[in-house]
Design a protein around this ligand. Structure first.
Ligand code: ADP
Ligand code: MG
Length: 503
C-alpha cells in the first residue's frame, strides 16, 4: 500500500452559478471480461469478426438451449474483486432482466441484481502528489452483453450482429464518492489500470470494452459529507444518469454540462427529474433518453435455468495467491526502492509493460537516472513514432548498456544521446558500437589541461572578460570541447577552466 498521507481534494464548486453547489457523481462501469469464450456459451469473444460468426445456439436463444456458466469468467470477476480489496460473496445468483430489444434475442439479459458476486471494495484515486480520494465500490456483478444493432448500413433496413451477445461483462458500481469531472476521469483511468494489471479486462474504450454510465447530481456544500458515512444518499439531489460513455474527454464534458443544466433548473425554482440521458458531443449537451416514470419494469426474477453460484473459499484463496502486484503497491515500491518521485513513479507504473521494462533496466543501476532515460528518451521516442513499449526497437539491455557507459565515465550525457540515436536506428551492443566509433570522452586530466592552456593563451581578451564576468567562462568550455572533437568530459573541462581562470 502507498504509505503516503493523502489530503482529500476540495469538492468542485461550479463556476458561474448564482449560488454554491457541489457535484456528486457515481459511476457504473461495464468492463468486458477478458476471456476466450462467452459467459454462458463456448462461442468466441473475438473482436472484429464477420458479423454473426461467433454465435452459438445459446447466444441466439434457440428454444431449449441452456446456459452453462463459464468458470473462467467467474474467476476473472473474483480476481477483479480481490484487486479492489472487495469482499467476495461465496454465494451469488443470476437474475433475468426482461426487456425487448432487437439485439437481445433471449428477450432478457442475465445479470445479478440481488446477489452480486463481489461486494464492497475501494479504488484510491490520485489527483496529484499527496492528493487523493478513496472511491468506494458498492458491488461488482456479472452479466451478459447485448448484440449490436446497425442502423447506418442501409437506408431502409437495420441489421443486427450477435457476436457480442452473451459476452461477459463486469458491472462495477461505485458509491457516489466522486466530486468533480477530473476525479471521474481519474477514477476510470485508475480502475482501467487495475483491470489491466489483473488481466481481467483489456480496458479498450474505443472497442467499447470499457464503458461508463455516469450518475450526476448537485447538492449544497457539506451535504455530501453528512451522508457519506451513513451510505444513504437518498437525501441528496436528484440524479440523472448519462449512459454509455466511452471517452475520458466526453465523460468530463458531459458531467460539467449536466451539472450546469441541473443548477440552472434548481436556481429557477424547478426540480430535476430523475432520468436517463445521452450526451451529444457535437452540441455539448445531454438529452433525455427516458425518464424514470417511463422506465420499463424489468420484472427481475431468479433465472430458473441457473443454480445459485456457489464458490469455495479455498478456490478464492488460490486465486488470491496468484494475484499480481497492484499499481499502488508497485508505485510505492518504485518510490521506495528506486528513489523515484511521485510523478516519475506514476508515469512508470501506468502500464505494466513499461513498469517491467523500467525495472529490468533499473536493477543494479541508479534508479533515478534510469527513470530519466526511460521517461524522457525512450518514451519520448516511442511517442514520436507512435509505438508501444513492446514494439520498442531498443531493448532494456541496450538502454542499460548506454546508461552504464555514462556511469563509467566513458560517455558524456551528450554522447550518450548520440549513441541512443545510433542504437535506436541501427541496433547493436552499446559498448561495442561506442568503441567501434571511437565514442569515448577524454577524461585524461593532462590532455584537457593542455587544451585549456592553449585556448587561454590564444585569447587574452576573453580571459579578461571572463575574470570580470564568470558567466563567460562557458565560452572557454565550448572552445575546449570543440578542440577535442567534442570528446572532452564537459564536467572536467568546467572544473579545469574555472581553476585556470581563478574563478
Ligand atoms: P438504482 O438502484 O436506481 O440503480 P443505485 O443506488 O444502484 O441506483 O445507484 C446507481 C448509481 O448511482 C451508483 O453508481 C450510485 O453511486 C449513483 N448514485 C446514487 N445516488 C446518487 C446521487 N445522489 N448523485 C449521483 N450519483 C448517485
Ligand atoms: Mg443500480
Amino acid at each position: 500500500m502507498l504509505d503516503l498521507t493523502y489530503e482529500a481534494p476540495k469538492p468542485k464548486i461550479i463556476a458561474g452559478a448564482r449560488e454554491d453547489w457541489e457535484l456528486v457523481i457515481g459511476m457504473e462501469i461495464h468492463a468486458q471480461v477478458s476471456s476466450e469464450s462467452k459467459l454462458f456459451s463456448g462461442a468466441s469473444t473475438g473482436f472484429g469478426a464477420e458479423p454473426n460468426s461467433h454465435v452459438s445456439f445459446v447466444d441466439a436463444a434457440m428454444p431449449g438451449m441452456l446456459p452453462v456458466i463459464n468458470e473462467f469468467c467467474v474467476e476473472q470477476a473474483v480476481r477483479t474483486g480481490l484487486g479492489l480489496k472487495a469482499e467476495i460473496n461465496l454465494r451469488s445468483a443470476f437474475d433475468r432482466k426482461n426487456y425487448f430489444y432487437p439485439d437481445l434475442p433471449q428477450g432478457y439479459q442475465i445479470s445479478q441484481l440481488y446477489h452480486p458476486i463481489v461486494g464492497e471494495g475501494e479504488v484510491l484515486v490520485e489527483l496529484g502528489a499527496g492528493v487523493a480520494r478513496l472511491v468506494r465500490v458498492e458491488r461488482i456483478h456479472l452479466e451478459q452483453d447485448a448484440g449490436k444493432s446497425i442502423h447506418d448500413m442501409d437506408p431502409a433496413n437495420s441489421f443486427v450482429d450477435f457476436n457480442r451477445t452473451g459476452v461477459a461483462l463486469m458491472e462495477i458500481v461505485s458509491r457516489p464518492d466522486i466530486r468533480s469531472p477530473e476525479e471521474a476521469a481519474a477514477y476510470v483511468l485508475k480502475l482501467r489500470q487495475i483491470l489491466r494489471y489483473l488481466g481481467t479486462c483489456d480496458g479498450n474504450m474505443q472497442n467499447g470494452n470499457l464503458r461508463a454510465d455516469v450518475n450526476v447530481s448537485v447538492c449544497r456544500p457539506g451535504d455530501y459529507e453528512r451522508f457519506r458515512e451513513s451510505g444513504d444518499f437518498s437525501h441528496l439531489g436528484t440524479r440523472c444518469e448519462i449512459k454509455n460513455m466511452n471517452s475520458m474527454r466526453f465523460i468530463q464534458a458531459a458531467i460539467d454540462v449536466e451539472a450546469r443544466r441541473q443548477i440552472a433548473i434548481l436556481e429557477d425554482g424547478g426540480t430535476v427529474t430523475q432520468e436517463t440521458r445521452l450526451y451529444d458531443p457535437d452540441k455539448n449537451e445531454t438529452r433525455s433518453m427516458r425518464s424514470k416514470e417511463e422506465a420499463q419494469d424489468y420484472r427481475y426474477f431468479p433465472d430458473p435455468d441457473l443454480l445459485p453460484l456457489e464458490i469455495e473459499q479455498g478456490w478464492v484463496d488460490d486465486i488470491a495467491a496468484t494475484m499480481p502486484e497492484l499499481p499502488d503497491d508497485k508505485k510505492a515500491r518504485f518510490m521506495r526502492d528506486f528513489g523515484l518521485t511521485d510523478y516519475d513513479a506514476n508515469v512508470l507504473t501506468a502500464e505494466l509493460d513499461a513498469a517491467g521494462f523500467f525495472e529490468q533496466v533499473a536493477k543494479g543501476r541508479d534508479g533515478k537516472q534510469v527513470a530519466n532515460w526511460v521517461i524522457n528518451e525512450l518514451f519520448g521516442r516511442l511517442n514520436k513514432e507512435g509505438l508501444s513499449i513492446d514494439a520498442s526497437p531498443m531493448t532494456g539491455a541496450q538502454l542499460g548498456g548506454i546508461i552504464d557507459l555514462i556511469a563509467s565515465g566513458d560517455l558524456s550525457g551528450k554522447m550518450a544521446k548520440d549513441l541512443f540515436e545510433i542504437i535506436w536506428t541501427e541496433g547493436g551492443d552499446p559498448a561495442e558500437v561506442a568503441a567501434a566509433r571511437g565514442m569515448k570522452q577524454v577524461t585524461d586530466t593532462g590532455a584537457i589541461e593542455a587544451a585549456v592552456d592553449d585556448i587561454i593563451a590564444a585569447n587574452p581578451a576573453q580571459v579578461e572578460k571572463a575574470k570580470a564576468n564568470p558567466k563567460l567562462a562557458g565560452w572557454f568550455v565550448g572552445q575546449v570541447i570543440k578542440a577535442t572533437g567534442g570528446k572532452a568530459s564537459p564536467q572536467m573541462v568546467n572544473e579545469i577552466v574555472a581553476a585556470k581562470l581563478g574563478l
